[in-house]
Design a binder for this molecule. Sequence first.
Ligand code: ATP
Ligand code: MG
Length: 584
Amino acid sequence: MRYSQLLIPTAKEVPAEAEIPSHQLMIRAGYIRKVASGTYLYLLLGWRSLRKIMEIVRQEMDAAGAQEVSAPILQPHELWQQTGRDVDYGPNLCVFTDRHDRRNALAPTAEEVITSIVAAEVSSYKQLPINLYQINEKFRDEFRPRFGVLRSREFIMKDAYSFDADSPGLDKSYQAMYDAYCRIFERCGVKYVVVQAESGEIGGTGSQEFMVPTPVGEDVIVHTADGSYAANIQKAEVDALPKAAEIPDAPAMEEVHTPDVGTIEAVCEFLKTKPQEMIKTLVYAAGEAEEHVYVALVRGDHDVNEAKLRHFAEPGTQLAGERVIVEMTGAGIGFAGPVGLAGKVTKLVIDHAVAALAIGTTGANKSNYHMRNVVPGRDFPLAGENVFVGDIRNAVEGDTHQGEALTFSRGIEVGHVFKLGTKYSTCLGATFTDEAGVDKPCLMGCYGIGVNRILASAIELYHDKNGIVLPAAIAPFEVIVLGLNNDKPEVVAEAKRIHDELAAAGVDVLLDDRDARPGVKFKDADLIGIPVRIVVGERGMKEGNVEIKRRTDAKPSAIAAGDAVATAMELLRGPAEAAKEQSR
Ligand code: ATP
Ligand code: MG
């Protein structure tokens, strides 16, 4: 293709709205342009990269035995009500009413649609297993679209759904997808780690995420030094802390006046205590009138992990409104405490670390008062019908998992595999008759990949001060040929010859034939991140030479112009593959 005929709007300036390298570079290199908050137009370069990623995904899904389908982006909202996920997805689900007063949802994912079709079409064990996948647009009305295409409102997802007759079958389908994902990320040339994950809104019994490790990632990865345990922060299980030695004759509880001290830090300062010795009381509720109240206790220096808390609570449990808190504690916000609460709540859920405290300070259930010298087990129960002690907080520095120290890093979630079990098949009637003639719900798995996120996270991993350095498998072009002197016919002709021969050999090649200064061409070639660059210039041509350089090489090498095609192929494909292609 000829650069002079293409729209590749590169820019020197770093766009003000872009905070991270991949977003800045995708704009600067003319890969994308923003249309509105969280929506982007892919220009030629960005779209070519995405197409290459989609093709790798497609090949690996096909090879794993999944069949490609295409579901509509417009979905009946009713299906979402049937599974209750209209509530789980909340405002992220884009819903609108059409001219016939029907409610529609824009697909954020497609469990409901696919399962309802399978429910209609599959009735016997003989039709199982099946795995249906698609690669298309998804919509999520993200509260805060950010980081360019990493968190956008409209994005391309590959989503696959497996249906099996039994649990070993589901295990096999899941493993096939897991293996396909490993191959996809390897072929795309992106580094990844696999972590244990919560299944979130999708629901189900097991899930793992594929993360690209990079400091700009929104996800926190928690792992042991040898990597034998890795989980995302929502899931990471921590060991219980050792119980502090009991204080003999611990003083009795005491109410203290703490006016105008809102935060934990302010209370600590005022009472000369430490956040580690404070007990935070968080009130959650569920039910239409928030009639089910779940109280969570964590140490002042810890944060409640709502995903973990949900294991003790019912679906739809959220932080309670002010009314519930005031009614239950008799105090204003900020003064809730566990003393005397157990009898008033659906459940009191106490983090291990709170149960391990010898003595602490907490809210007094009275406005402007705290209670000190509170002894867990003495002043509030650690056991009982509605009292539970467990792991309900986020892991922090210093925590261990099965005795191993935990460390923290950041990552971008590029893929997610779930074992769903029968959640959707039961709701939507996807059942089959087994060999014995018994009707059973299908066992499902679902598997997602963020196509745009693969591209952005590859750029996040691979760039330098001059621009993008994409792996050849997903770069928009594999080779760029720069003709430096448009006024010299021999230069123009040679650049064109190399371009044409590479193209004929099946290489994705771009010819920079613009009437631009050499400096501009060199800069753009680096910025847009083409893996191999061939430079044809007047000076080199006098000796019959051109220059060749990988994007990752510091310096070019001079080679005979006649060897340019073979050398480029070798750099891209390795010597054996290059020879094969040349002889075709
Ligand atoms: P996140 O936790 O980042 O919001 P998610 O867990 O909700 O993502 P899934 O439902 O697992 O996402 O969707 C499958 C894949 O789709 C994700 O692994 C991710 O790669 C991609 N994806 C999800 N949301 C977005 C988004 N807003 N923009 C771009 N890609 C996304
Ligand atoms: Mg996910």
